[in-house]
Design a protein around this ligand. Sequence first.
Ligand SMILES: Cc1cc2nc3c(=O)[nH]c(=O)nc-3n(C[C@H](O)[C@H](O)[C@H](O)COP(=O)(O)O)c2cc1C
Length: 332
Amino acid sequence: MRDLLPSHRPLLILAPMQDITDLAFWRVLARYGGPDVFYTEYFRVHRDSHPEKYILRSIDENPTGRPVIAQMIGQDPDALRRTALELQKRNIAGIDLNFGCPAPIVCRKDAGGGLLRHPEKIDAILREVRAAVHLCFTVKTRIGFDAPHEFPALLDLYRCHPIDALTVHGRTVREMYRPVVHYDAIERAARLMPCPVFANGDVRCVESARRVIALTGASGLMIGRGAIRNPWLFDQIREAWSGEVQTRPTLLDLRDYIERLHEATQNPSIREAGQVGKMKKYLGYIAPGIGTDDAFWKEVRPAFTLRDLFAVCDRHLSAADPFPPAAAPLLA
Ligand SMILES: Cc1cc2nc3c(=O)[nH]c(=O)nc-3n(C[C@H](O)[C@H](O)[C@H](O)COP(=O)(O)O)c2cc1C
């Protein structure tokens, strides 16, 4: 992973997001510069699992020209090992383990964030999978299940294993996506881990990118929702670090991005309601903050047809006014 780190700025990574950061989204994002590294949505791994075909397509048809890390979620060390071996036959730069998903159905099975309650299981998984991975081996973790005070012991555990990079989402599982991120925990990880640490959580604009790097000393930024709202963000961060004039998209540019998302994600086999639903998933991250009192989002929400949805876009996004940056994140 160290080979991928730029010398003068943080490594920029697209966060994995189920059903959102899929192949179609990668295609669109790559046209805006995009991140340095892409993580796949997670492969669900259990005794009888086979890697999901639609996620394998992101690897096999990777349109970005950038390295891809394949993420797995599961709690069975043998199955994770077997899947890691299988995935490594494809064109990937590494394997990542998800120790953070807060979905109750996942945690109940002691996978994802649920594993943070069972350090002994994490220990066994890391040992087994590390031994099978000859590429980069990375971990994405939250800072605890119930409370941030669990994090130092988790870090001690991660330090015992030769992992190549650790991404820290600075929330506990219980905190889900609440608006406060514990950047002090990420700072601790960056200081104590022998491998690069990537900061994750609420990086939404250049200002928050600068602040998170200043607070944590992380080697990279993993960005999810902020990049869906603003696909120019990765380029803007690169520009900020190299002192170049910053790209300033307008609302018309945003309208164009939404159109491209629609073109990339539409599928004749999906009914119109499904396509509108998919677009609303993206717009739920894009629309807040646009128009007085979130007027854009309030009008998008009740749209039933693509025609209605794009009529709302036309009403709100047809001027060359600047696209407003997202609000800066809160500190714990
Ligand atoms: C809808 C959704 C799906 C997600 N899917 C995944 C996933 O597949 N793997 C993973 O590690 N994290 C997943 N996450 C968490 C994100 O990768 C990221 O850690 C989180 O959104 C915080 O970063 P952000 O504030 O930059 O969005 C998901 C988050 C959301 C909101």
